[in-house]
Design a protein around this ligand. Structure first.
Ligand SMILES: NC(=O)C1=CN([C@@H]2O[C@H](COP(=O)(O)OP(=O)(O)OC[C@H]3O[C@@H](n4cnc5c(N)ncnc54)[C@H](OP(=O)(O)O)[C@@H]3O)[C@@H](O)[C@H]2O)C=CC1
Ligand SMILES: CC(=O)N[C@@H](CCC(=O)OP(=O)(O)O)C(=O)O
Length: 345
């Protein structure tokens, strides 16, 4: 199968290149960029020297249709909503890594992303690709909307208690922390070494665009509408994302009981690893891999559940989950091309 990557020289795009080079069913056929069109990808990324010798091309839906079968869109918000329909019309499988097709309600997109939304009919057709929870919908999909990085970590952490009505939905608080690669390759003053190094800062408190995405999925899993508190933080590292999620339990479950429940829930999910009692996951332990590691604890005094979930934001939070979703779409083993051991130390 031949693949095209639109936004190939961004951080998620270049991670897609790394993963797809290792995928036995895929050949990378077309790399599309915007302001860097015409340049050799290895001149921008010397680590690809001698591995990928290919020029970045301009977006051309006819060309993509003639040369590829699947197109990944690793473009900033507001780009794929215009470009992707041209590929979909031409019969290509389209996998979007941006937020353009995640929110079912176009008004939510306009409100949280401050941009015009995608066509409402296409929003209805788009399948939300949280691989572990939506496998059946993903199989055979032609428009796949890959989840955001924070929603991936948060929702994988919450799903087992949501699906079994174990928590008070109004009590959910998510504290997220991400490395700077989460914000992409574009130049941003707030991401400069001098700004980020030896510092931690909160950003977009109560206004982050992933808030409605998390709420939408909570509603889909639990059947109930809710509003959550979500507070992200930027931390001085390149890759990695950790979410600490708090919720009040409806009954007095013990940590051991919940750990057993989580183990059972994710029995058939090779990329979710539940940590044993008292063993909290760190971002380093999933670095470069498609794993989401989850640890949890119940405070018997407050009856509050704390869940810690970690991912590599560029892998499980973006390119890795996109490849996992393509595997599911095509009916291949979900782990195909993704069996990387995390890089340690
Ligand atoms: N980084 C991460 O951890 C995650 C990112 N995402 C999402 O994935 C998407 C890509 O993110 P990321 O890789 O970080 O972004 P980058 O800023 O690193 O890269 C963006 C890419 O999009 C291209 N591009 C920009 N504007 C256009 C346009 N108008 N038409 C076509 N291509 C365009 C750029 O090309 P050029 O440089 O040539 O202009 C570049 O290749 C975003 O929507 C992001 O929110 C989702 C989860 C995690
Ligand atoms: C550290 C950092 O800045 N992270 C980005 C993640 C953005 C992202 O992945 O955007 P979409 O999923 O909405 O496309 C942010 O918080 O906005």
């Amino acid at each position: 199968m031949k693949a095209g990557i639109v936004g190939a020289n961004g951080y998620s795009g270049v991670e897609l290149i790394r993963l797809l080079l290792n995928h036995p069913q895929i050949k990378i056929e077309m790399l599309v960029a915007h302001s860097t069109t015409g340049m050799e990808i290895s001149s921008i990324y010397p680590h690809l020297g001698g591995i990928v010798e290919r020029r970045l091309e301009a977006f051309d839906a006819d060309e993509l249709a003639a040369r590829t079968d699947v197109v990944f869109f690793a473009t900033p918000a507001g780009v794929s909503k215009d470009l992707l329909p041209e590929c979909l019309k031409r019969g290509l499988i389209c996998i979007d890594l941006s937020g353009d097709f995640r929110l079912k309600n176009p008004q939510d997109y306009a409100e949280w992303y401050k941009k015009n939304p995608a066509d409402a009919a296409l929003l209805g057709d788009a399948v939300y690709g949280l691989s572990e929870l939506n496998r059946e919908q993903i199989e055979g999909a032609s428009l796949l909307s890959n989840p955001g990085c924070y929603p991936t970590a948060t929702l994988l952490g919450l799903a087992p208690v949501l699906q079994h009505d174990m928590i008070d939905l109004n009590s959910i608080i998510v504290d997220g922390k991400s490395g700077v690669s989460g914000s992409g390759k574009k130049a941003v003053i707030g991401n400069l070494f001098g700004e980020v190094n030896e510092s931690v800062k909160a950003y977009k408190l109560d206004h982050h665009q992933h808030t409605p995405e998390i709420e939408q999925m909570i509603e889909e899993i639990s059947g109930q509408k809710t509003a959550i508190t979500f507070h992200p933080h930027l931390i001085p590292m390149t890759r990695g994302l950790l979410c600490t999620t708090y919720a009040n339990l409806k009954q007095g479950f013990s940590t051991r009981e919940l750990l057993e429940h989580y183990e059972k829930f994710y029995k058939k999910s090779p990329f979710v690893r539940i940590r044993p009692l008292g063993n909290w996951p760190a971002t380093k332990e999933v670095l470069g891999s498609n794993f989401c590691d989850i640890g949890l604890n119940v405070d018997g005094r407050t009856r509050r559940l704390t869940i810690v979930s970690v991912i590599d934001n560029v892998v499980k939070g973006a390119a890795g989950q996109a490849v996992q979703n393509l595997n599911i779409i095509k009916g291949w083993d979900e782990q195909t091309g993704l069996t990387f051991t995390p890089i340690y130390p």
